[in-house]
Design a protein around this ligand. Structure first.
Ligand code: CMP
Length: 138
């Protein structure tokens, strides 16, 4: 298992001023931040990032939403980072997120769900490369 994962603080959480509180929860859970930047994605960049969902009915809305304002993208390090971080953020749908998770506290809906967390080591690597090596060329 890899020790790094990738996260985004999404437009709703960023616009509502929750970035500091979310980063505090991440650091308090024992993650360290290896890289971080603020980005305002174009719709095309959001579409490329979420290309795996392009056949899903929510894809167009998701791309519009993810390009609606700035986000914070970060690479996090901790033992078993992918699974540990998914536990910290909680279920995709905040209605199902456990108490004490980031989404339980900050998410507004299944779309505006405050944060993204990679779902596998392979995707953590791909998503990190996308944001920190390829983004300007997308
Ligand atoms: P995320 O973890 O970033 O990965 C894909 C995103 O698609 C997910 O968070 C949600 O924001 C969004 N998503 C997943 N399922 C739905 C859905 N049923 N309706 C709207 N958005 C969704």
């Amino acid at each position: 298992m890899s020790n790094t994962t990738f996260t985004m603080i999404k437009p709703d959480a960023f616009a509502d001023g929750h970035t500091g509180k979310i980063l505090d929860m991440i650091l308090s859970a024992g993650f360290s931040i290896k890289a971080m930047k603020t980005v305002h994605l174009t719709q095309g960049q959001a579409g490329a990032f979420y290309a795996v969902h392009r056949e899903r009915p929510f894809y167009a809305d998701l791309c519009r939403y993810m390009s609606s304002g700035p986000i914070v993208a970060a690479v996090l390090e901790k033992e078993h980072a992918v699974t540990a971080f998914r536990e910290l953020i909680g279920a995709t749908n905040p209605a199902q997120a456990a108490e004490g998770t980031i989404r339980k506290r900050f998410a507004k809906s299944i779309e505006a769900n405050a944060v993204h967390g990679s779902d596998s080591d392979e995707n953590a690597q791909l998503e990190t490369t996308f944001f920190f090596c390829q983004l300007e060329r997308v």
